[in-house]
Design a protein around this ligand. Structure first.
Ligand code: C2E
Ligand code: MG
Ligand code: MG
Ligand code: MG
Length: 286
């Protein structure tokens, strides 16, 4: 096992016990980490924005901010590759701070161009490690003050893993975020392995139904059954729902008929650069 070898080598301080694959892995990890640090410092990270739409009307209610890293060679690296590196190296703290600030800056810019509230919220992803290591409530408050955008214009997306790691700390953070007027969404709902009791204790507003249940649901009664159960759970608890991964009009219609509130996916739009996202508000919400 490559990772085990890395750890053993670090402890003993002896390089000779490095397995070749482990050494390659460690080198690669370090190279990515160094470049990622530089990218964050040099402003090479950007946010893309994917609309979240009201399923009934198709209107855009918010945009999810998705981090993008384009290297100096012009290669676009997926967050699925660099977020884990950022978490392991601690770079998730500066990266996460940047994402919150950049999301707020973007909202202020869109509002200025719209000559008032541009009518959408922005949703920012928070990783479990970031929630453990940083004071998210303080950061969001600072961004609100810095750009003069109301707290109600932000959604924060958390995952179940954040709740499992430190339930008391997460409860305090979520309360602080609610006090700022933000919306809290549980991302990738249904894929975590946590005890559902947290749903009645924490101030969650939205359940985001994971894409894995949506993809292929039209031909899979089990997936439909799970989605129905999540919708009924959300409704009983007074929460709203967003379905991820909507790629076709049939999925949008079926989820709307089942009573899901919002939808997100390639059918509506792929993640867009800020300029295109702003333009889309004008065309879709006219
Ligand atoms: P997520 O929060 O669940 O974001 C949704 C992901 O699904 C995005 O991938 C989006 O591009 C993709 N997606 C949206 N609609 C469709 C669709 O119809 N079909 C398919 N196949 N995919 C769709 P992306 O941008 O690669 O981001 C991956 C993950 O990286 C995100 O999953 C999120 O967990 C994480 N991430 C992205 N940006 C940030 C960030 O700024 N901070 C943190 N902590 N995590 C981030
Ligand atoms: Mg998300
Ligand atoms: Mg998600
Ligand atoms: Mg997902």
């Amino acid at each position: 096992n490559a990772q085990f070898a890395v750890r053993r080598a670090k402890k003993s301080g002896r390089t000779e016990i490095y397995h070749t694959r482990a050494l390659d892995l460690a080198r690669e990890q370090f190279a990515i980490e160094t470049e990622l640090r530089r990218a964050i410092e040099n402003g090479c990270m950007t946010l893309n924005f994917q609309p979240i739409c009201d399923l009934a009307s198709g209107r855009i209610t918010s945009f999810e901010a998705l981090a993008r890293w384009t290297t100096e060679e012009g290669v676009a690296i997926s967050p699925n590759a660099f977020i884990p590196v950022a978490e392991e190296s601690g770079l998730i703290v500066p990266l996460g701070r940047w994402a919150i600030d950049e999301a707020a800056r973007t909202l202020a810019e869109w509002d200025a161009r719209a000559g008032g509230d541009c009518g959408v919220k922005i949703a920012v992803n928070l990783s479990a490690i970031q929630l453990q290591r940083d004071h998210i409530g303080t950061l969001v408050k600072a961004a609100i003050d810095r750009y003069g955008v109301a707290g109600s214009r932000f959604t924060l997306e958390l995952t179940e893993s954040a709740i499992v790691t430190d339930p008391d700390r997460i409860a305090r953070t979520m309360t602080a975020l609610k006090d700022l007027g933000t919306t809290l969404a549980m991302d990738d709902f249904g894929t975590g392995y946590s005890n559902l009791a947290y749903l009645q204790k924490l101030p969650i507003d939205v359940l985001k139904i994971d894409r894995s249940f949506v993809t292929g649901m039209l031909a899979d009664r089990d997936k439909i059954a799970i989605i129905r159960a999540i919708l009924s759970l959300a409704s009983a608890l007074g929460m709203q729902t967003t379905a991820e991964g909507i790629e076709t009009v049939e999925l949008a219609q079926t989820l709307a008929a089942l009573g899901c509130t919002y939808g997100q996916g390639y059918y509506y739009a792929r993640p867009l650069v800020g300029e295109d996202a702003f333009a889309l508000i004008g065309t879709r919400n006219a």
